[in-house]
Design a protein around this ligand. Structure first.
Ligand SMILES: [Zn+2]
Length: 134
C-alpha cells in the first residue's frame, strides 16, 4: 500500500492515537508553569475541549494546530486527497467559530493561539495570557 498521508496528516493520526497531551498543549502548560501561572484545569469538560481552562476567571485557551485549523501563515494545501482534507479542515474552522460564539454566550473569554505561536513566540503568548488574568 502506498503512503498517501502528508507529514501533517500522519502527525494528526498519531496524535489521535495517543489521545490527549499533544505537544503544543504540553509546551503551553510548561510555559504557564514556568511563569508561575496556576489555577487552571486541563481536560476540563467544556464545549470544544479547550486545552486550558481557568474556571474562576472564566477564561479558556485553545491551541489550534496550524494545519488542521488553517493558520493563515503556515497553512499549505494538501497534495493528496485534496478535496477530502480541505473539506475536513473547513469543517474544523466552522466548528471553531461556533464554539467561540457559544462559549462567549456562556460568559467565557476565549483565547486562541496557533500552534506556531506556542512553539516559536512563547513570550508573546505568555504576555497575552498574563494580561487577561490580571
Ligand atoms: Zn501557524
Amino acid at each position: 500500500m502506498t503512503d498517501v498521508l502528508t507529514p501533517e496528516q500522519r502527525k494528526y493520526n498519531m496524535s489521535r492515537i495517543r489521545g490527549k497531551n499533544t505537544s503544543p498543549e504540553i509546551k503551553l502548560r510548561k510555559l504557564l508553569f514556568a511563569n508561575g501561572i496556576r489555577g487552571y484545569r486541563v481536560h476540563y469538560n467544556l464545549l470544544g475541549k479547550p486545552d486550558i481552562v481557568f474556571t474562576k476567571k472564566k477564561i479558556v485557551i485553545f491551541v489550534d494546530g496550524c494545519y488542521w485549523h488553517r493558520c493563515p501563515i503556515c497553512f499549505r494545501e494538501p497534495e493528496t486527497r485534496k478535496e477530502f482534507w480541505i473539506k475536513k479542515i473547513e469543517s474544523n474552522v466552522e466548528r471553531d467559530k461556533k464554539i467561540n460564539k457559544q462559549l462567549h454566550n456562556e460568559g467565557w473569554l476565549v483565547i486562541r493561539f496557533w500552534e506556531h505561536e506556542v512553539k516559536k513566540e512563547s513570550e508573546k503568548v505568555i504576555k497575552q495570557i498574563m494580561k487577561k488574568l490580571l
